[in-house]
Ligand binder design. Sequence first.
Ligand SMILES: Nc1ncnc2c1ncn2[C@@H]1O[C@H](COP(=O)(O)OP(=O)(O)OP(=O)(O)O)[C@@H](O)[C@H]1O
Ligand SMILES: [Mg+2]
Length: 369
Amino acid sequence: MHLVALGAEHFRNLATFRLAPHRRFNILEGKNGQGKTNLLEAVFLLSAFRSFRDARNRELVSWSEEATTVYGEIVRRDIARTVEVTVSAKGKRVALDGKNITRLPDELAHLNVVLFGPDDLSLTKAGPQLRRRFIDRAAYAVWPDYVTGLRRYAEALKNRNELLRQAAAGGLDVGVIQAFEHALVQHGARVVQRRLQFLKSFQPHFDRVFDHITAGALKGGIAYRGFKGLSKDADLAALEAGYAQALDEARATDMRRGFTSVGPHSDDLLFHINKRSARVYASQGQHRAFVLALKIAELHRIHEAIGVYPVFLLDDVSSELDEERNAQLMSYLDQAGGQVFITTTDRRFIHVASDARVYRVADGVISAE
Ligand SMILES: Nc1ncnc2c1ncn2[C@@H]1O[C@H](COP(=O)(O)OP(=O)(O)OP(=O)(O)O)[C@@H](O)[C@H]1O
Ligand SMILES: [Mg+2]
């Protein structure tokens, strides 16, 4: 799939633009602070209808303006559709092929993107939140309705946490909290099941890529860490029973502390190299190899699910990856096909054999060369 048109008005610092991106490589070159990442953020918005920087609506709008509109024309298996997202402090509006839609239907995931940015380079080192975000985004690309399950879980979690806060502040019957746990267990178990399913289908891709990147020298592994006693082969009923028991055991503590301590919102992915924790033992180069393999495997997995390559957004990683990993990434992208947007402060960092179009980004103005 690829964008044949991309435009925006009043988006962050970007001057109104309209581009016809190249089918393969689009290199966005510019000095620091000129608007390169903003441009990737605009593309991401067309896919996920929110920012990858977790920005508030009004932050996306140029400072002197009231609203921003981002526009894209996306070709997916020869079918072209337009997506237009308008954002203001009041909220968001999405139009598909010119028609406003009120609820985001699952099939709206017309544009799939995979983002590889500086944050991802700490996937193996940082706290669990980044890893949950990684698996959730990837699973969403594979199963668009996954996001609905996540939302339902978040809702149920918010309800229980609200009651726990009341309990912590003094006086709330435990029965009230228990009554709210049914929904949490149901939606939580479903989220865990999807994540386990995703990992199972992801692992062969990851193994192959990691093996290739490390020339067979290392073996990587990914495990899911959830509630106590969680088995990766558990079916939905077993996951529900296990999660219900974990909540039961945590309830007294949760009531004292005022929040829910177990569940998919606090689960983690454990990354291993040769069976040892990557976070604890991996070298810098091994961390980079692991992250690179995760991202390339993500592209493969999504390709397997939807039959086409997602659009790949590469934010300034060339300057962070070492020379060898960089070369591996570029050669992979050269071979894989698919549309790529790469930001860089200097195009000489980017060595691709395929055709590329270079855009200069300077003080919010994007110009094609
Ligand atoms: N809502 C907004 N309105 C106007 N300008 C904004 C808005 N939000 C961010 N900016 C400006 O956009 C610029 C940052 O753009 P961006 O993050 O895309 O830079 P970049 O080209 O990726 O730089 P780097 O190479 O340092 O990552 C900053 O100067 C910032 O002040
Ligand atoms: Mg940037």
